[in-house]
Design a protein around this ligand. Structure first.
Ligand code: UGA
Length: 446
């Protein structure tokens, strides 16, 4: 099929390359000329394991092109919308400017005929009600354009895997059954190889499909804040939240995943999605329904301050002049994404309190230097820890979880370590002479 993907960020670029991998002819459109140029050369603009290979293969095959010229989408059968929906400045609601512009492009440039409809398939995370609005605009355009909502569930770090082998595929369809069947057939053709793998495919109406996405992210955020609330209780009582999570996780109904307590969630999705969801609920007159998400957000943000206070407490409340080595800046490992990163937020707060903060990250260093020239960024752990008074592991890169505490010990001035992700072995670090502190991880002989 001939396909366009509008928006070539994480979601769009990976989707475009994966669709080409499935054999489709794909044109990726983005307003950012530098990004388009890079992608056209088969180079990834972001760190994502496995993506450079798929991208290079697709570009070399001649099935994948990128452009800033939206008129090139004219002959595509499906137009996927994968632009960002960031949080609006000073508000909780999502900024829909880019979605609106992407729809404008399709309505302007798509070639249609009465017997040959084209499809707008939305993938961006949007407020419920968006698809219906776009369908109205499409109908008013006089062109034969149908609309589906086809949410994306990819995780950074696993983007290719999640796109080519998702847990489920959701088609949000119009109430008109005939139209819906035409759309289903088009999307089934597009995803034929995935459907052969027996990946569950759910057919829903528009609001359900839109809600599925924000409900999933809200549930994940809630799970993380739940375990972080338990971490606060463990701190107050001497319990160990990692053991607690393991124990409750053995119950299948609870499950072990997304119960890692620490400095909390960040990134370009979970934080802004729960806020946009609350804002939308308010608009719909059901804001009380989601007030619990306010608590989820508050618990999450409290984790960052807790980490800073833990650091300050080690030095009698004063951080001025203390050298702190921060390991990790990205919001999670295997990513160079700094958006709403808890690690970066904590580093910034420490710095604001007068600490001499030195940061290192295996992938996000360059982005960090560009975004925050005020911070001291170094390339290696060795450089970061030299003569430090405190080591803080804030992103759980394998490079950090596998550090040898005995080897690091002589390099530092004071051997304090705060394990912001509860990924280090407390015993091994204590045995090597470190004062180990986890998040909600009381010292225990058990
Ligand atoms: C998230 C969802 O997991 C994806 O399913 C979704 O498609 C995506 O958002 C999106 O909306 O596009 P992502 O932002 O890549 O994916 O990151 P996650 O793996 O969900 O991690 C989010 C944050 O939670 C990270 O900062 C991570 O460190 C933190 N986290 C995760 C915890 O603190 N504890 C955990 O147990 C798990």
């Amino acid at each position: 099929m001939r396909i366009s993907t509008i928006g070539c960020g994480y979601l769009g670029a990976v989707h475009a390359a994966c669709m080409a991998e499935l054999g489709h002819e794909v044109i990726g459109v983005d307003v950012d000329a530098a990004k388009v140029e890079k992608l056209s050369r088969g180079e990834s603009p972001f760190h994502e394991p496995g993506f450079p290979e798929v991208l290079a293969r697709a570009v070399e095959s001649g099935r994948l092109h990128f452009t800033t010229d939206a008129s090139q989408i004219a002959d595509c059968e499906i137009h996927f919308i994968g632009v960002g929906t960031p949080q609006m400045q000073g508000r909780y609601a999502a900024d829909m400017t880019y979605v609106d512009a992407a729809v404008d492009s399709v309505l302007t440039h798509a070639n249609t005929s009465p017997d040959q409809p084209v499809l707008i398939a939305g993938k961006s995370t949007v407020p419920v009600g968006t698809a219906a609005g776009i369908a109205e605009r499409a109908a008013a355009s006089g062109k034969n354009i149908l609309v589906a909502w086809n949410p994306e569930f990819l995780r950074e770090g696993f983007a290719v895997q999640d796109t080519l082998h998702p847990d489920r595929i959701v088609y949000g369809l119009p109430e008109d059954r005939e139209e819906g069947e035409v759309i289903r057939e088009m999307l089934d053709r597009c995803y034929a190889q995935l459907l052969e793998e027996q990946i569950p495919r759910l057919l829903t109406n528009y609001p359900t499909a839109e809600l599925v996405k924000v409900a999933a992210n809200s549930f994940l955020a809630t799970k993380i804040s739940f375990i972080n609330a338990m971490a606060e209780l463990c701190d107050a009582t001497g319990g160990d939240v990692t053991k607690l999570a393991e124990a409750i996780g053995h119950d299948d109904r609870i499950g072990k995943k997304f119960l890692r307590a620490g400095i909390g969630f960040g990134g370009g999705c979970l934080p802004k999605d729960i806020r946009a969801f609350m804002a939308r609920a308010g608009e719909l007159g059901v804001d009380q329904t989601l007030t619990f998400l306010r608590e989820v957000d508050a618990i999450n943000l409290r984790r960052r301050e807790t980490a800073v206070e833990m650091a300050a407490d080690l030095f009698g409340g004063r951080l001025v002049g203390r050298k702190i080595a921060v390991l990790g800046a990205a919001f999670k490992p295997n990513s160079d994404d700094l958006r709403d990163s808890p690690a970066l937020d904590i580093a910034t707060r420490l710095w604001a309190r007068g600490a001499d903060v030195v940061i290192t990250d295996p992938a996000a260093g360059d982005n960090l230097r560009k975004a925050r020239p005020d911070l001291h960024v170094v390339d290696t752990v060795e450089q970061a820890v030299k003569n430090s008074d405190l080591l803080m592991v804030l992103t759980e890169w394998k490079d950090f979880t596998e550090l040898d505490p005995a080897e690091l010990r002589p390099r530092v001035r004071e051997a304090h370590v705060i394990d912001g992700r509860n990924v280090l072995d407390p015993q091994a670090w204590s045995d090597a002479g470190w004062d180990y502190r986890g998040m909600g991880r009381g010292v225990s002989t058990w």
